[in-house]
Design a protein around this ligand. Structure first.
Ligand SMILES: [Fe+2]
Length: 312
């Protein structure tokens, strides 16, 4: 531990795109341990019992700046993001086509044009993100369908997965024939995600997609049994970020920071670390553009975990 404390006083940053980023590794009190479900907990994304529904329109446009809803679209802003993974969660899948559509704030679909319809792609690290508005509810027979977003997800060269995403706390989930399914092929439980309100008054949700596809990013297996990121704080940030993480076995460790396009913005230099909790301090350059960034934990050259953070 003493050697780590010595090391913590050094600056470990290897600059890439930005000149004055800085960081340090700081061991913190407390032992780190792999979560109980470290080697499990990988659930392939399920189909939705309602399939794609009656409102799909082919040939939607590709999103510009990850915006599914125009700035003047009525409703509550919502940001959805995550990572596309292979069926055993061991690899990320770049360039997966993600075709998204949903109802507007009033519960109506655009059946003429492409409002609230669009295509995005997972980036080189398998990350995807889009901003839209919280979908409205609409009647399905005598009851309202819960708020939901439709997805057609196509890894390059693989079949399309058609499903829907719901939100925790929606009182219409229990009465919905698709959202209430809790087992089997159409199990919706992992497709009901929590939303949190961020500092920009936008709801945010994280949804990792696990599909039958082939990864082109060379990331071998093993993830949370080696280490994990606990949080990046504050989030959003403006001047400094504390990155809390744990290492579960002695290893070469590095933190890498990517922008939403998958470009490497910074690497916190590799360091041999012993199993415990650490905090890395990142001082981004003031010129770092506002937006979403992904912090990835690399252990022995495996990208084992990531957290999303936002600069404002
Ligand atoms: Fe729908």
């Amino acid at each position: 531990m003493n050697s780590n404390k010595e090391n913590s006083r050094r600056q470990f940053l290897r600059n890439t795109a930005l000149a004055s980023l800085s960081a340090g590794f700081i061991p913190v009190i407390g032992s780190a341990a792999a979560p109980d479900n470290a080697s499990g907990g990988c659930d392939p994304t399920t189909l939705d019992a309602y399939g794609q529904g009656p409102f799909y329109t082919a040939n939607a446009p590709t999103l510009t700046d990850n915006q599914l809803a125009l700035a003047n679209e009525p409703g509550t802003r919502l940001v959805i993001s995550g990572v596309v993974r292979t069926l055993d969660c061991s690899l990320v899948i770049p360039n997966t086509l993600i075709d998204v559509w949903h109802a507007n704030d009033a519960g109506a679909y655009d059946t003429v044009g492409y409002n609230l319809r669009g295509i995005t792609y997972s980036n080189a690290q398998g990350f995807y993100i889009f901003e839209t508005i919280l979908p409205g509810k609409y009647l399905n027979g005598a009851s309202y369908r819960p708020r939901h977003i439709h997805f057609r997800i196509t890894p390059p060269g693989f079949p399309t997965l058609i499903t829907q995403l719901y939100f925790e706390g929606d009182t219409d989930i229990a009465g919905d024939a698709a959202a209430s399914v809790t087992s089997g092929t159409y199990d919706a439980t992992k497709r009901i995600i929590p939303l949190t309100l961020n500092a920009e008054n936008k709801y945010e949700g994280t949804w990792d997609i696990v599909v039958n596809g082939s990864a082109t990013t060379a990331l071998p297996d093993l993830h949370l049994d080696k280490g994990m990121l606990y949080q990046a704080t504050p989030n959003p940030f403006s001047t400094v970020v504390q990155i809390h993480y744990g290492i579960f076995e002695p290893a070469q460790v590095a933190l890498q920071i990517f922008d939403i396009r998958g470009a490497l913005m910074a690497t916190l230099d590799e360091q041999y670390l012993t199993p415990q909790k650490y905090v890395a301090i990142w001082h981004p350059d003031r010129m770092l553009p506002a937006g979403v960034y992904f912090i990835a934990l690399r252990i022995n050259d495996l990208q084992v975990h990531y957290v999303k953070t936002m600069k404002i």
